[in-house]
Design a binder for this molecule. Structure first.
Ligand code: GRF
Length: 215
């Protein structure tokens, strides 16, 4: 089976992109595209001699025009799979529908809790004991698509937003490559009720209890 062409969309640091690049996936990263000309992740991609492109949202009068230009750039690379990796633009329904089933996102919370921005601050404010991250198929409703994999981490009593974000980010770097590997291996399917099936999924771990139960 020929490797799938993957296009990665970033807006900033690009640490999830780097985790994907380092994971030795059965995929060819055809391009890294950013809406931010100064995105740090672009430098990392260039250092690896990957094709990069910038589609600056400021150059377009509305979301539809930006999304059309973005789609145009993605399609130049014959993408089988499009990965949002810290891509901080809301996409139009038309864009999402064009890539439905082959557009993934990583979100720094245990969806459906805390969709949107500032997830770590909101988790601390809510006093949750367990927080985490989610890889999901992107659908028209923001941060609501079918869930592929999640990682949970404990929230510690003295956590700052940064400390919690770092703990979650470590897990993002593990679960995003895993989800993409499953996709590339053709092991993901959507069930009629909108959930994700994983062929030969590994057995789940037992519970993460936070703080641990004493008995
Ligand atoms: C990650 O926490 C990702 O989940 C969120 O934005 C952050 C991007 O980080 N959507 P990076 O650019 O991948 O380092």
């Amino acid at each position: 089976m020929a490797d799938k062409n993957v296009v990665i969309l970033i807006s900033g640091r690009g640490s999830n992109m780097e985790a994907l690049l380092e994971a030795n996936l059965p995929a060819r990263v055809a391009a890294v595209i950013s809406n931010e000309p100064g995105a740090r992740g672009l430098d990392a991609a260039r250092r690896r001699n990957l094709p990069t492109a910038v589609v600056d949202h400021r150059a377009f009068g509305n979301r539809a025009a930006f999304d059309a230009a973005l789609a145009n750039e993605i399609d130049r690379h014959s993408a089988h799979l499009v990965l949002l990796a810290g891509f901080m633009r809301i996409l139009t329904a038309a864009f999402v529908r064009a890539y439905e089933g082959r557009l993934l996102n990583i979100h720094p919370s245990l969806l459906p809790a805390f969709p949107g921005l500032d997830t770590h601050r909101r988790a601390l404010q809510a006093g949750v004991r367990i927080h985490g991250c989610t890889v999901h198929f992107v659908t028209v409703e923001l941060d609501h698509g079918p869930i592929i994999i999640q990682a949970a981490v404990p929230v510690l009593p003295d956590d700052t937003e940064d400390a919690l974000a770092a703990r979650v980010l470590n897990e993002e770097h593990r679960i995003y490559p895993q989800a993409v590997r499953w996709f590339c291996e053709g092991r993901l399917s959507l069930t009629p009720d909108g959930r994700v099936g994983i062929a030969c999924a590994p057995a789940p771990m037992h519970a993460l209890i936070s703080p641990p139960a004493e008995t």
